[in-house]
Design a protein around this ligand. Structure first.
Ligand SMILES: Cc1ncc(COP(=O)(O)O)c(C=O)c1O
Length: 360
């Protein structure tokens, strides 16, 4: 059996939607992107969604719309993909790393409070692996200190915090539709917001800083999504809840069937729903194999696996000199993700659990 760690779930509907765009002749941005934006905003429960060409562009544009620039600091979790922090650096601002909660692996509000200073402009809360961060606590800090709350929802389309979907928890929220994400367009992204002002500013930033055609009022970029990607996105959005249910079923199966000693299952905090972009186990000293040995064992048995992420941002060479974040650094040394995507069948997940339990 071969079970990849990730694979997009694409069908004839996506193919037909792309062919329709090709036949229309509008292969750059047009009406299909506008329709995708409207549907995505409605799904999240916000008035605005601005489509972009990837999740990193979404973060960069959101930070710029929030007014982040040179001299500013933005607090980000130390345990996330590099783009959460590099997008801050792209603005000429400085990311300040907060440690993460040891149970959920999402940003720790208590450490955020420690890191807020006079230069802090914004906080990025990452909904890591598909579980919302403690958005209520982060929002309170932002309100209290006059900061902008940006969600990095690249891994958490459709997840909920106290009954509200990601995309509607912060001032701005950023999504990725990269090929491995819960919904995919190949490359793609979206920024959602409740603010008319942010919406207007975002639309300028992602389109060369134009306030009208050939009138450039600020520095902008070409971060536009194409209608080809948007056509795939509309179909994927309609399937998203079904995809997430499959991920939830696979994760529930692993939680009850992976019983090898020395492995800690991921857990879901109360008041949150998890959409399992990744199912990441933690190895403790009681597990009989090292992480490298375990991953080699899984691969020998045809099971894809990966480490998200092997180096905490506080230890990345590009951010040399950053203060240590011990929990993020210990998670980086002990996590392993196993396949949880909708393409994992009932037979496949049973094989994964049996193979892992067979380690001892
Ligand atoms: C947490 C997080 N933030 C940002 C990104 C960047 O998204 P993209 O790869 O679409 O640029 C990703 C995904 O790769 C991610 O997982």
């Amino acid at each position: 059996m071969h079970i990849p760690i990730a694979q997009p779930s694409l069908g004839n509907e996506e193919s037909a939607a792309v062919l329709a765009v090709l036949a229309s002749g509008t292969i750059a941005q047009g009406p299909v992107t506008a329709a995708f934006e409207e549907e995505f905003a409605a799904y999240c429960g916000v008035p605005h969604a601005v489509a972009v060409n990837n999740g990193t562009a979404a973060l960069h544009a959101a930070l710029l719309a929030a007014g982040v620039g040179p001299g500013d600091e933005v607090i980000v979790p130390a345990f996330t993909f590099f783009a959460t922090a590099s997008s801050v650096s792209m603005c000429g601002a400085r990311p300040i790393f907060a440690d993460v909660d040891p149970v959920t692996a999402t940003i720790d509000p208590a450490d955020v409070l420690e890191k807020v200073g006079p230069k802090t402009k914004a906080i990025i809360g990452v909904h890591l692996y598909g579980q919302p961060c403690d958005a209520g606590a982060i929002r309170e800090i932002c309100i209290d200190k006059g900061l902008v709350f940006i969600e990095d929802a690249a891994q958490a389309h459709g997840a909920e915090y106290r009954g509200r979907r990601t995309g509607a928890l912060g001032d701005l929220a950023c999504f990725s539709f990269y090929a491995t994400k819960n919904m995919a367009t190949g490359e793609g992204g979206m920024v959602t917001t409740t603010s008319d002002e942010y919406d207007e500013r975002l639309r300028r930033i992602i389109n060369h800083g134009q306030s009208e055609k050939y009138l450039h009022t600020e520095l902008g970029y070409n971060y536009r999504m194409t209608d080809i990607a948007a056509a795939i996105g509309r179909v994927q959005l309609a399937k998203l809840d079904g995809f997430n249910r499959r991920r939830q079923e696979n994760a529930a199966y692993y939680n009850s069937h992976i019983t090898a000693p020395g492995l800690v299952h991921p857990s879901v905090a109360s008041g949150r729903t998890h959409v399992w972009h990744q199912y990441s186990l933690r190895l403790t000293g009681d597990f009989p194999l090292s992480r490298d040995e375990f991953m080699a064992y899984l691969r020998e048995h045809g099971i894809g696996c990966a480490v998200h992420y092997p180096i905490a941002l506080s230890r990345q060479p590009f951010y040399a000199g950053a203060a240590t974040c011990p929990i993020a650094e210990s998670l980086a040394a002990s996590v392993v993700s196993i396949p949880v995507h909708p393409g994992v069948t009932e037979e496949g997940r049973a094989y994964v659990a049996d193979t892992i339990n067979g380690v001892i």
